[in-house]
Design a protein around this ligand. Structure first.
Ligand code: DGT
Ligand code: MG
Length: 242
């Protein structure tokens, strides 16, 4: 049956409102991203960035239009196969009460210790873990050690990486990272060759992407590379200058 092979993503005339409301949140979005490409998504708070993300692993379904993965409508995939190929790092990192190893391996119980460590190295959290009282056996979450927002984000990224997703979706997951650490993280992500959606507030991150999608009130305000947007989008220029 269907699994994600390459990680191409296409939105075709996608509109969306939440089931409990009739306020349109996404309006007629169309764009496509090739396997292995990086798409940066920018837009002010409430512009629909997180909502857009949720439509790919089918946390919600489109109201109109289609989301295609590898050319096939996401509705046609068995949902567990679809979700297995997509690593979503949510806006608010969620840790469970348990060890670092359990938190990184959550949902992939067959992960080996080498795989866990390698994901942690790539997520730029390994050095922090090594300094904890019991390294990878240290308990986190309620009644565990306290981790900073940025450390939680990186553990949450490691959890996505250990599954070797074809599509990786980072929802502002690097907001608490300094530029140097973020740079190292983005470099490590390239070795995964996965299609990457990255919601970000940082122009420096967007500049590295193959495409930038600028959302404004649920609609595509601009699409292109950094250079293209500098020439075509007054709103983008305003963000760059701010
Ligand atoms: P952020 O994270 O503050 O930068 O904002 P975005 O761009 O991620 O915005 P998003 O997608 O969370 O919200 C877009 C609109 O949808 C906004 O008007 C709030 C609304 N919204 C978000 N989540 C829900 C939900 O669960 N139910 C309903 N009814 N509306 C929601
Ligand atoms: Mg959001």
């Amino acid at each position: 049956s269907l699994t994600i092979n390459k990680g191409a993503v296409e939105f075709k005339n996608v509109s969306f409102h939440y089931p409990e409301s009739d306020v349109p949140v996404l309006r007629n979005l169309s764009f496509s991203v090739k396997p292995g490409e990086t798409l940066a998504i920018l837009g002010s708070t409430g512009s629909g960035k997180t909502s857009l993300f949720q439509l790919v692993p089918r946390l919600y379904d489109v109201t109109e239009g289609e989301v295609l993965v590898d050319g096939k409508n996401v509705m046609n995939y068995p949902i567990e196969k679809l979700r297995k190929g997509i690593g979503v790092v949510p806006q608010e990192a969620v840790l469970f009460t348990g060890s670092i190893t359990e938190n990184i391996g959550w949902g992939k119980e067959d992960a080996t210790s080498d795989e866990i460590i390698s994901a942690a190295v790539d997520a730029q959290i390994h050095e922090t873990v090594e300094k904890l009282p019991n390294q990878y056996d240290t308990r986190v979450g309620q009644r565990g050690v306290n981790l900073s927002g940025g450390q939680k984000q990186r553990l949450s990224i490691a959890r996505a990486l250990v599954r070797k997703p074809k599509i990786l979706m980072l929802d502002d997951s690097t907001s608490a990272l300094d530029l140097k650490t973020e740079g190292k993280l983005l470099k490590a992500l390239r070795t995964y060759s996965c299609t990457t959606f990255i919601i970000t507030q940082k122009i420096s991150t967007a500049m590295e992407a193959d495409h930038i999608l600028l959302l404004d009130d649920g609609a595509v305000e601009a699409w292109g590379t950094h250079e293209e947007l500098l020439n075509t989008s007054p709103l983008y220029v305003k963000i760059v200058q701010s």
